[in-house]
Design a protein around this ligand. Structure first.
Ligand code: ZN
Ligand code: ZN
Length: 421
């Protein structure tokens, strides 16, 4: 079936191969907005090969100069934790990351396929996991900065691997679980629309409208109130709301996350106060952290508890000073298709789009007026946080109220019971 035929057909009548092809087309045309002559650097779990092949096909049809894919493999990762020498956990291939950064600087786009088993490292020594993460973050910093600053066009899409599917649907047979997860991914990624590319254009425009409204308000803070939560999040001076696609520094319009439902901005790293309780469990680098409850004072976490994975949480927020502070605040209505699916994906790409959330760590400089061109000191002066980590966790629910607080202290309702007012 040609691309045009697939786009015009009803979703239920499509074969799995056709649906996968639609996801690939959305990834290249909507997610990346890949330009003719651009190089593409992709990372993917081994199992995602069928999607990698289709994305590669669409990329070359769009005029890609060269597509290079780096594969990850869960058993290979576990072999490292089982047999590698101590020194391995403080090491990361900087040469490889520097090469990727050079590729980005020379015009390459980046696509990541998510699908790694979210609980892969749950049984490994948390100290080793943390050390390996720190080493990887340090080595990957130059490449990651080109991504977080949106210097290049990039996106993430998902592939339903069996291990991931079994975690999401533990009571189903593996093949049933995989089929269910695929269906959820296709719907969340809006490839079930008659014309997915057009559906994404509409969705993006709606998010943009909300972003413009929020930007016009110039709130100085947001106030969240819900079960276990009474939190004031001061916003960075000159903050900008973003959502629904972005024009990268290289001039290419892209949708950095497939799916995406959020409007997000940069909090002030010193102006967050109060208590907050997570509304969903957080899967962090292979460990599940449940029932996170945190207290902020002057922007810093002064108390953090969790009923599971507390050790991992405390290691995470001890990564560096910025790991205890917020780098992102995002609003997502409870009526988002992902929230409505009722599925807990154990994957931030999906779960962060099911609920309003906050992120510990690195702020997006693009969420500040002129931020993409600012040096680290200038960003810090406006209140933007800096850290090796950026970890989103979900705080929104059908019971969350959010107010926008103006500079003069007056407030107005933004969300009631999880919905836009
Ligand atoms: Zn977010
Ligand atoms: Zn985030």
């Amino acid at each position: 079936m040609s691309t045009m035929d697939v786009a015009a057909a009803k979703f239920a009548d499509l074969t799995f191969e056709d649906k996968l092809d639609r996801l690939a087309e959305v990834a290249v045309r909507v997610g990346l907005g890949l330009r003719a002559g651009q190089e593409l650097i992709m990372s993917a779990p081994m199992e995602a090969l069928p999607l990698v092949r289709r994305i590669t096909e669409h990329a070359y049809k769009a005029g890609a100069l060269l597509v290079t894919t780096l594969y990850g493999d869960d058993p290979t990762t576990l072999a490292r934790f089982a047999y590698a020498p101590e020194a391995s956990f403080d090491y990361a291939p900087k040469w490889l990351q520097d090469g990727i950064a050079e590729g980005f600087r020379n015009g390459a786009a980046r696509l990541a396929i998510a699908g790694t088993n979210p609980a892969l490292l749950a049984k490994q020594d948390p100290a080793k996991v943390a050390r390996a993460n720190v080493a990887a973050s340090k080595a990957g910093k130059p490449a990651m900065e080109l991504i977080t600053r949106h210097t290049i066009n990039w996106t993430i899409v998902a592939f339903a691997t069996p291990e991931w599917a079994k975690l999401v649907f533990p009571n189903d047979r593996e093949d049933v679980a995989v089929a269910k997860l695929w269906e959820a991914i296709f719907v969340a990624s809006r490839v079930d629309a008659d014309d997915p590319v057009a559906a994404w254009q509409e969705h993006g425009a709606r998010l943009k409208q909300r972003v413009e409204l929020l930007n016009a308000k110039r709130f100085s803070a947001l106030h969240f109130e819900g079960p276990g939560t009474d939190l004031t999040v001061g916003l960075a001076d000159d903050h900008l709301w973003a959502g629904g696609g972005t024009t990268a520094g290289n001039g290419v319009y892209c949708q950095p996350n497939i799916p995406t439902e959020e409007c997000f901005t940069t909090p002030h790293k010193d102006r967050v106060n109060g208590t907050v309780r997570a509304s969903k469990p957080l899967s962090h680098q292979g460990t599940l952290i449940e029932n996170i409850a945190v207290r902020f004072e002057g922007g810093r976490i002064v108390e953090a508890t969790a009923t599971a994975g507390e050790d991992v949480l405390n290691r995470l927020i001890s990564t560096d000073d910025g790991a205890r502070r917020l780098g992102e605040v995002a609003l997502v209505p409870h009526s988002s298709p992902i929230a409505q699916s009722g599925v807990l994906f154990w994957n931030t790409l999906f779960d962060e789009n099911a609920a309003s959330h906050i992120a510990l760590g690195q702020a997006y400089s693009t969420c500040l007026i002129g931020g993409e061109k600012m040096a680290a000191e200038e960003l810090a002066k406006l209140g933007a946080n800096a850290s090796l980590i950026h970890v989103d966790w979900m705080i929104g629910s059908g019971e969350m109220d959010v107010d926008g607080v103006a500079a003069d202290g007056t407030s107005e309702p933004l969300m009631r019971k999880g919905e836009w007012v």
